[in-house]
Design a protein around this ligand. Structure first.
Ligand code: DGY
Length: 323
Protein backbone atom coordinates (compact mmCIF):
# COMPACT_ATOMS: atom_id res chain seq x y z
CA UNK A 1 0.00 0.00 0.00
CA UNK A 2 1.36 3.44 -0.89
CA UNK A 3 2.17 5.47 2.17
CA UNK A 4 3.22 8.96 1.11
CA UNK A 5 0.40 11.44 0.60
CA UNK A 6 0.89 13.55 -2.50
CA UNK A 7 -1.15 16.51 -3.75
CA UNK A 8 -1.23 17.59 -7.37
CA UNK A 9 -2.55 21.15 -7.18
CA UNK A 10 -3.83 21.01 -10.79
CA UNK A 11 -4.87 18.34 -13.30
CA UNK A 12 -1.88 16.72 -15.05
CA UNK A 13 -1.83 14.61 -18.23
CA UNK A 14 -3.72 11.36 -17.51
CA UNK A 15 -0.66 9.19 -18.10
CA UNK A 16 1.29 10.87 -15.31
CA UNK A 17 -1.61 11.07 -12.88
CA UNK A 18 -2.00 7.31 -13.40
CA UNK A 19 1.72 6.64 -12.95
CA UNK A 20 1.82 8.53 -9.66
CA UNK A 21 -1.44 7.06 -8.36
CA UNK A 22 0.03 3.57 -8.66
CA UNK A 23 2.91 4.54 -6.40
CA UNK A 24 1.50 7.01 -3.88
CA UNK A 25 -1.65 8.04 -2.10
CA UNK A 26 -2.41 10.79 -4.62
CA UNK A 27 -5.00 13.55 -4.39
CA UNK A 28 -5.67 15.51 -7.56
CA UNK A 29 -7.36 18.90 -7.57
CA UNK A 30 -10.21 17.58 -9.72
CA UNK A 31 -11.64 21.06 -10.32
CA UNK A 32 -8.31 22.26 -11.73
CA UNK A 33 -8.87 25.65 -10.14
CA UNK A 34 -6.16 27.78 -8.54
CA UNK A 35 -5.79 27.02 -4.82
CA UNK A 36 -6.04 30.05 -2.53
CA UNK A 37 -3.56 30.71 0.32
CA UNK A 38 -5.78 28.99 2.90
CA UNK A 39 -6.10 25.85 0.78
CA UNK A 40 -2.34 25.83 0.27
CA UNK A 41 -1.69 26.23 4.02
CA UNK A 42 -4.04 23.34 4.74
CA UNK A 43 -2.28 21.26 2.09
CA UNK A 44 1.13 21.99 3.61
CA UNK A 45 -0.18 20.58 6.88
CA UNK A 46 -1.73 17.46 5.33
CA UNK A 47 0.56 16.08 2.61
CA UNK A 48 4.08 14.66 2.51
CA UNK A 49 4.62 16.15 -0.93
CA UNK A 50 2.88 18.94 -2.80
CA UNK A 51 3.36 19.30 -6.53
CA UNK A 52 2.59 22.94 -7.30
CA UNK A 53 2.72 24.90 -10.54
CA UNK A 54 3.37 28.51 -11.47
CA UNK A 55 -0.22 29.33 -10.45
CA UNK A 56 0.41 28.45 -6.78
CA UNK A 57 1.83 31.40 -4.90
CA UNK A 58 3.96 30.14 -2.03
CA UNK A 59 5.51 33.15 -0.26
CA UNK A 60 7.18 32.86 3.18
CA UNK A 61 3.95 33.76 4.95
CA UNK A 62 2.00 30.84 3.45
CA UNK A 63 4.88 28.37 3.86
CA UNK A 64 5.43 29.33 7.49
CA UNK A 65 1.77 29.20 8.42
CA UNK A 66 1.30 25.81 6.81
CA UNK A 67 4.62 24.06 7.44
CA UNK A 68 4.32 20.92 9.48
CA UNK A 69 3.90 17.78 7.47
CA UNK A 70 5.14 18.63 4.00
CA UNK A 71 8.66 17.49 3.17
CA UNK A 72 9.03 18.32 -0.50
CA UNK A 73 7.55 20.62 -3.12
CA UNK A 74 7.94 18.88 -6.48
CA UNK A 75 7.30 21.85 -8.74
CA UNK A 76 5.77 21.07 -12.13
CA UNK A 77 7.75 23.59 -14.18
CA UNK A 78 11.24 24.97 -14.38
CA UNK A 79 10.62 28.50 -13.04
CA UNK A 80 10.30 28.67 -9.26
CA UNK A 81 9.91 32.40 -8.59
CA UNK A 82 6.42 31.71 -7.17
CA UNK A 83 8.04 29.80 -4.27
CA UNK A 84 10.10 31.49 -1.53
CA UNK A 85 13.14 29.21 -1.67
CA UNK A 86 14.84 30.84 1.33
CA UNK A 87 11.77 30.18 3.47
CA UNK A 88 11.72 26.56 2.27
CA UNK A 89 15.37 26.15 3.28
CA UNK A 90 14.67 27.61 6.72
CA UNK A 91 11.67 25.32 7.17
CA UNK A 92 13.51 22.24 5.90
CA UNK A 93 11.25 21.76 2.88
CA UNK A 94 13.02 20.43 -0.23
CA UNK A 95 12.11 21.96 -3.60
CA UNK A 96 12.66 20.47 -7.06
CA UNK A 97 11.81 21.69 -10.57
CA UNK A 98 11.66 20.24 -14.10
CA UNK A 99 14.49 21.58 -16.28
CA UNK A 100 15.61 20.16 -19.68
CA UNK A 101 12.32 18.57 -20.70
CA UNK A 102 10.64 21.85 -21.66
CA UNK A 103 13.65 23.58 -23.20
CA UNK A 104 12.83 23.05 -26.88
CA UNK A 105 9.10 23.63 -26.47
CA UNK A 106 9.73 27.01 -24.84
CA UNK A 107 12.42 28.00 -27.33
CA UNK A 108 9.92 27.24 -30.11
CA UNK A 109 7.50 29.74 -28.59
CA UNK A 110 10.25 32.38 -28.42
CA UNK A 111 10.95 31.85 -32.13
CA UNK A 112 7.23 31.88 -32.89
CA UNK A 113 6.78 35.20 -31.07
CA UNK A 114 9.73 36.71 -32.94
CA UNK A 115 8.20 35.67 -36.24
CA UNK A 116 4.66 36.68 -35.33
CA UNK A 117 5.70 40.10 -34.06
CA UNK A 118 8.03 40.86 -36.97
CA UNK A 119 5.74 39.50 -39.69
CA UNK A 120 2.54 40.86 -38.10
CA UNK A 121 0.97 37.42 -37.80
CA UNK A 122 -1.54 38.27 -35.08
CA UNK A 123 -2.65 41.46 -36.76
CA UNK A 124 -3.08 39.72 -40.12
CA UNK A 125 -5.10 36.91 -38.61
CA UNK A 126 -7.36 39.40 -36.84
CA UNK A 127 -8.03 41.09 -40.19
CA UNK A 128 -8.94 37.81 -41.89
CA UNK A 129 -11.30 36.74 -39.11
CA UNK A 130 -12.96 40.15 -39.05
CA UNK A 131 -13.57 39.91 -42.83
CA UNK A 132 -11.42 43.03 -43.16
CA UNK A 133 -8.83 41.58 -45.51
CA UNK A 134 -9.54 42.62 -49.05
CA UNK A 135 -6.67 41.00 -50.87
CA UNK A 136 -2.97 41.07 -51.50
CA UNK A 137 -1.38 44.49 -51.86
CA UNK A 138 2.24 45.59 -52.28
CA UNK A 139 2.20 47.97 -49.35
CA UNK A 140 -0.04 46.43 -46.70
CA UNK A 141 0.91 44.52 -43.56
CA UNK A 142 4.56 45.06 -44.27
CA UNK A 143 6.71 43.50 -41.60
CA UNK A 144 10.39 43.14 -40.84
CA UNK A 145 12.88 40.42 -41.80
CA UNK A 146 13.98 37.89 -39.21
CA UNK A 147 16.57 36.03 -41.28
CA UNK A 148 20.05 37.46 -40.93
CA UNK A 149 19.11 39.89 -38.15
CA UNK A 150 20.76 40.21 -34.74
CA UNK A 151 19.14 38.48 -31.75
CA UNK A 152 20.13 39.58 -28.24
CA UNK A 153 19.40 37.13 -25.42
CA UNK A 154 18.95 38.40 -21.89
CA UNK A 155 19.91 35.32 -19.87
CA UNK A 156 21.63 32.33 -21.42
CA UNK A 157 20.49 29.19 -19.62
CA UNK A 158 19.13 26.11 -21.37
CA UNK A 159 16.17 27.86 -23.01
CA UNK A 160 18.23 30.86 -24.09
CA UNK A 161 20.81 28.54 -25.63
CA UNK A 162 18.17 26.48 -27.45
CA UNK A 163 16.61 29.67 -28.81
CA UNK A 164 20.05 30.80 -29.97
CA UNK A 165 20.67 27.51 -31.75
CA UNK A 166 17.34 27.58 -33.57
CA UNK A 167 17.73 31.23 -34.52
CA UNK A 168 21.36 30.91 -35.61
CA UNK A 169 21.12 27.67 -37.54
CA UNK A 170 17.54 28.12 -38.74
CA UNK A 171 17.49 31.81 -39.59
CA UNK A 172 21.15 32.68 -39.91
CA UNK A 173 20.83 35.18 -37.08
CA UNK A 174 23.78 36.77 -35.37
CA UNK A 175 23.47 35.97 -31.65
CA UNK A 176 24.49 38.14 -28.71
CA UNK A 177 23.87 37.27 -25.08
CA UNK A 178 24.18 38.90 -21.72
CA UNK A 179 24.11 36.86 -18.52
CA UNK A 180 25.68 36.71 -15.08
CA UNK A 181 28.12 34.05 -16.20
CA UNK A 182 29.81 33.70 -19.53
CA UNK A 183 29.14 30.38 -21.27
CA UNK A 184 31.96 28.01 -22.21
CA UNK A 185 33.63 28.40 -25.62
CA UNK A 186 32.02 25.09 -26.64
CA UNK A 187 28.50 26.40 -25.91
CA UNK A 188 29.29 29.68 -27.66
CA UNK A 189 30.49 27.77 -30.72
CA UNK A 190 27.42 25.49 -30.79
CA UNK A 191 24.98 28.38 -30.54
CA UNK A 192 26.96 30.91 -32.58
CA UNK A 193 26.64 33.31 -29.65
CA UNK A 194 28.91 36.17 -28.59
CA UNK A 195 29.03 37.46 -25.03
CA UNK A 196 28.01 41.06 -24.40
CA UNK A 197 29.48 42.53 -21.21
CA UNK A 198 26.79 45.13 -20.84
CA UNK A 199 23.04 44.73 -21.15
CA UNK A 200 22.83 48.25 -22.57
CA UNK A 201 25.19 47.37 -25.41
CA UNK A 202 23.09 44.29 -26.22
CA UNK A 203 19.91 46.37 -26.23
CA UNK A 204 21.42 49.00 -28.52
CA UNK A 205 22.73 46.48 -31.05
CA UNK A 206 19.95 43.90 -31.31
CA UNK A 207 17.07 43.76 -33.80
CA UNK A 208 15.30 41.28 -31.52
CA UNK A 209 15.70 41.04 -27.75
CA UNK A 210 14.48 37.82 -26.11
CA UNK A 211 14.22 37.42 -22.34
CA UNK A 212 15.45 34.14 -20.83
CA UNK A 213 16.55 34.96 -17.29
CA UNK A 214 14.80 33.67 -14.15
CA UNK A 215 12.08 35.82 -12.61
CA UNK A 216 11.84 36.93 -8.99
CA UNK A 217 12.96 39.99 -7.04
CA UNK A 218 16.47 40.06 -8.52
CA UNK A 219 15.29 40.58 -12.09
CA UNK A 220 12.07 42.54 -11.45
CA UNK A 221 11.70 45.27 -14.08
CA UNK A 222 15.16 44.60 -15.45
CA UNK A 223 13.70 45.94 -18.68
CA UNK A 224 12.23 49.25 -17.60
CA UNK A 225 11.43 52.43 -19.53
CA UNK A 226 15.07 53.52 -19.59
CA UNK A 227 16.32 50.23 -20.94
CA UNK A 228 13.50 49.95 -23.50
CA UNK A 229 14.57 53.37 -24.67
CA UNK A 230 18.04 51.99 -25.41
CA UNK A 231 16.60 49.56 -27.97
CA UNK A 232 16.48 50.36 -31.67
CA UNK A 233 13.23 51.93 -32.80
CA UNK A 234 12.96 49.09 -35.32
CA UNK A 235 13.52 46.37 -32.70
CA UNK A 236 11.19 43.76 -31.17
CA UNK A 237 11.05 42.45 -27.59
CA UNK A 238 10.07 38.85 -26.80
CA UNK A 239 9.37 37.47 -23.32
CA UNK A 240 8.84 33.77 -22.64
CA UNK A 241 10.52 33.82 -19.21
CA UNK A 242 8.62 35.62 -16.46
CA UNK A 243 6.36 38.65 -16.71
CA UNK A 244 7.97 40.58 -13.87
CA UNK A 245 11.26 40.93 -15.76
CA UNK A 246 9.60 43.55 -17.98
CA UNK A 247 7.90 46.69 -16.67
CA UNK A 248 4.63 46.11 -18.53
CA UNK A 249 3.27 49.63 -18.15
CA UNK A 250 6.53 51.00 -19.56
CA UNK A 251 6.41 48.47 -22.40
CA UNK A 252 2.85 49.45 -23.32
CA UNK A 253 3.95 53.10 -23.46
CA UNK A 254 6.99 52.22 -25.55
CA UNK A 255 4.84 50.25 -28.00
CA UNK A 256 2.21 52.97 -28.22
CA UNK A 257 4.83 55.68 -28.83
CA UNK A 258 6.80 53.46 -31.22
CA UNK A 259 9.91 53.64 -29.05
CA UNK A 260 10.27 50.04 -30.23
CA UNK A 261 8.57 48.39 -33.20
CA UNK A 262 6.79 45.55 -31.48
CA UNK A 263 6.71 42.82 -28.86
CA UNK A 264 5.66 39.23 -28.33
CA UNK A 265 4.67 38.11 -24.85
CA UNK A 266 3.89 34.68 -23.44
CA UNK A 267 4.12 35.68 -19.77
CA UNK A 268 2.74 38.55 -17.68
CA UNK A 269 3.41 40.31 -14.42
CA UNK A 270 0.07 39.40 -12.83
CA UNK A 271 -1.14 36.27 -14.63
CA UNK A 272 -3.78 35.56 -15.71
CA UNK A 273 -4.41 39.32 -15.79
CA UNK A 274 -3.06 40.95 -18.93
CA UNK A 275 -2.52 44.69 -18.90
CA UNK A 276 -5.53 46.40 -20.46
CA UNK A 277 -3.21 48.87 -22.20
CA UNK A 278 -1.94 46.06 -24.45
CA UNK A 279 -5.37 45.14 -25.74
CA UNK A 280 -5.78 47.78 -28.40
CA UNK A 281 -2.16 47.76 -29.55
CA UNK A 282 -1.69 45.99 -32.88
CA UNK A 283 2.09 45.76 -32.44
CA UNK A 284 2.06 43.32 -29.54
CA UNK A 285 1.42 39.57 -29.81
CA UNK A 286 -0.20 38.17 -26.66
CA UNK A 287 -0.04 34.42 -25.93
CA UNK A 288 -1.49 32.68 -22.85
CA UNK A 289 1.70 31.21 -21.26
CA UNK A 290 2.11 28.45 -23.84
CA UNK A 291 5.86 27.85 -23.40
CA UNK A 292 5.72 24.20 -22.32
CA UNK A 293 2.27 23.42 -23.73
CA UNK A 294 2.80 20.31 -25.85
CA UNK A 295 1.51 16.93 -24.69
CA UNK A 296 4.92 15.26 -24.89
CA UNK A 297 6.47 18.07 -22.87
CA UNK A 298 3.75 18.12 -20.22
CA UNK A 299 4.04 14.34 -19.80
CA UNK A 300 7.82 14.60 -19.57
CA UNK A 301 7.50 17.34 -16.93
CA UNK A 302 5.24 15.09 -14.85
CA UNK A 303 7.61 12.15 -15.17
CA UNK A 304 10.47 14.39 -14.10
CA UNK A 305 8.53 15.35 -10.96
CA UNK A 306 7.88 11.64 -10.36
CA UNK A 307 11.59 10.88 -10.66
CA UNK A 308 12.42 13.63 -8.18
CA UNK A 309 9.86 12.31 -5.69
CA UNK A 310 11.10 8.75 -6.08
CA UNK A 311 14.66 9.70 -5.29
CA UNK A 312 13.61 11.93 -2.41
CA UNK A 313 11.48 9.28 -0.74
CA UNK A 314 14.24 6.70 -1.26
CA UNK A 315 16.52 8.95 0.80
CA UNK A 316 18.57 10.05 -2.22
CA UNK A 317 19.31 13.54 -3.53
CA UNK A 318 16.68 14.39 -6.18
CA UNK A 319 18.08 15.18 -9.60
CA UNK A 320 16.62 18.70 -9.74
CA UNK A 321 17.00 20.11 -6.24
CA UNK A 322 16.65 23.91 -6.18
CA UNK A 323 16.26 24.28 -2.39
C1 DGY B 1 7.87 26.89 -16.38
O1 DGY B 1 8.15 25.70 -16.47
O2 DGY B 1 8.54 27.68 -15.72
C2 DGY B 1 6.67 27.36 -17.11
O3 DGY B 1 6.70 28.72 -17.31
C3 DGY B 1 5.43 26.98 -16.32
O4 DGY B 1 5.66 27.27 -15.00
Amino acid sequence: MPTQKILLTRRWPTEVEHYLSQRYDVTVNEHDTVLDPDALKAALRSYDAICPTVTDKLPAEVLQAGAGKVKILGNYGVGVSHIDLQACKRLGIAVTNTPDVLTDATAEIAIMLMLMAARRGGEGERQVRAHEWNGWAPTRLIGANVTGQTLGLVGFGRIGQATAQKAHHGFGMRILYHSRNRATPAVEALTGASYCHSLEELLETSDFVSVHCPGGAASRHLLDAKRLDRMKRSAFLVNTARGEVVDEAALAEALRNRVIAGAGLDVYEHEPRVLEAFMDLENVVLLPHLGSATLATRVAMGMRVAENLERFFAGLEPRDTVA
